[in-house]
Design a protein around this ligand. Structure first.
Ligand SMILES: Cc1cc2nc3c(=O)[nH]c(=O)nc-3n(C[C@H](O)[C@H](O)[C@H](O)COP(=O)(O)O)c2cc1C
Length: 382
């Protein structure tokens, strides 16, 4: 029987003491009519806090900039009509004792409309006024000019307005979406960042945009309110991408972000057990990021399930339970590789996942069938 006791110990995140190590990660379910999360969405988040996630991160929500993204069914963190709805999300999660952060998001050149495309087929739509560091939509595929300094300043200011609004609405801090090939990641990733000013040309320079976003947001938050930076090797346009070829490069890339002051790196993987530098050892991204930065990390990716979310959703396959891998998770956790774990689809299917694990009731955990996405807010009652 796996020993999960380490997951039920407290963790200090900024000024908050989380009672356990469980995070409910950001997941855009395309249920926000007109970009506004309804009361049912607020209850859905609250239900995950009730089930034992001490930290709930909302789906990616577009920041207040015309180029940030515009899928009308995904959350929008701007516009007077959205504010009460977001306040309601924070209030409901607090009601269940959870800490709640919005994930602030700008897609850069990856457009996520109803015709969301993955791989090299991503579409560029000039009419959206999309921006990115060097105008590359995928490696080797430049479709427009890179951002001007004025555009960079505007986008950073939009992140900062999002942070200020998060405080006003009662959130506890923010997560910045720096992963999956969206705008912050487009600066971090050398395949899409061909700049030669202070934002590109060396690993450290590629971290500069993210660091400036962090600084601008920090200035809007109250003392001790956490900033989490989400990051990943994989991108929507390249599942096999790597942010850095060596630990030294990873350290240099993240150094400016660490100096700007983040409480945690949320290290997104499709499968948590995959090594970041397989030529060196078995540590995953969260393990290596913690090692080279000294900053706490969260791991994620198919925890408790046998198929990663992109394969399972794109191929319409049920992700079955894979409880044996929980041993592997705990081996890494107990070794100190990471501090928090995020459970996504498995907590859509079963919001009491942390409580059931604590009770040793692993037989009650559920697989994730893609049919659950037809009504994701109520998936657990099916
Ligand atoms: C439907 C869906 C929507 C997602 N939307 C977001 C998002 O808005 N922001 C983000 O950072 N990650 C998003 N993700 C990725 C998840 O946060 C998570 O990293 C991924 O599902 C792997 O975790 P899991 O295997 O436990 O589900 C999404 C995943 C799914 C399944």
């Amino acid at each position: 029987m796996t020993d999960f006791s380490g997951l039920f110990t407290p963790f200090q995140l900024g000024r908050f003491t989380l009672p356990n190590r469980f995070v409910f990660p950001p997941m855009g379910l395309e249920v926000c009519e007109g970009g506004i999360p309804g009361d049912d969405a607020a209850e859905y988040y609250a239900r995950r806090a009730q089930g034992g996630a001490s930290l709930v991160i909302t789906e990616g929500a577009y920041i207040d900039h015309p180029s940030s993204g515009d899928n009308p069914m995904l959350g929008r963190f701007h516009g007077d009509d959205a504010w009460d709805a977001w306040r309601n999300v924070a209030t409901k999660v607090h009601r269940e004792g959870g800490i709640c952060l919005p994930e602030l998001w700008h897609v850069g050149l990856v457009y996520r409309g109803p015709d969301v495309l993955v791989g090299n087929d991503v579409e560029f739509r000039d009419e959206l006024g999309q921006v990115s560091p060097s105008g590359y939509i995928a490696p080797g595929k430049q479709v427009t000019e890179g951002m001007t300094q004025a555009q960079i300043d505007e986008v950073i200011a939009a992140y900062a307005r999002g942070a200020a609004k998060a405080v006003e609405l009662g959130f506890d801090g923010i997560e910045l979406h720096g992963a999956h090939g969206y705008v912050i990641d487009q600066f971090l990733w050398k395949a899409l960042n061909h700049r030669s000013d202070r934002y590109g040309g060396s690993p450290r320079a590629r971290g500069q945009f993210a660091a400036e976003v962090v600084r601008a947001c920090r200035a809007q938050l109250e003392p001790g309110m956490p900033i989490i930076m989400r990051m990943s090797n994989w991108k929507m346009v390249d599942f096999n991408a790597r942010l850095a070829d060596t630990p030294q490069e990873l350290e240099a890339l993240l150094a400016p972000i660490v100096e700007a002051g983040v409480e945690l790196f949320d290290c997104s993987q499709r499968r948590f057990w995959e090594p970041c530098f397989p030529e060196i050892d078995d540590r995953n991204l969260a393990g290596w990021v913690k090692a080279v930065t000294g900053v706490p990390t969260c791991t994620i990716g198919s925890i408790g399930l046998d198929l990663d979310f992109l394969v399972s959703l794109s191929e319409g396959k049920t992700a079955e339970l894979d409880l044996a891998k929980l041993d592997e998770l705990m081996r890494r956790f107990d070794r100190g590789d990471f501090d928090l774990i995020a459970v996504g689809r498995a907590m859509i299917a079963e919001p009491d996942w942390p409580k059931l694990v604590q009770a040793g009731a692993l037989d009650q955990l559920k697989p994730f069938a893609t049919s659950l996405m037809a009504d994701p807010l109520m998936a657990h009652v099916k």
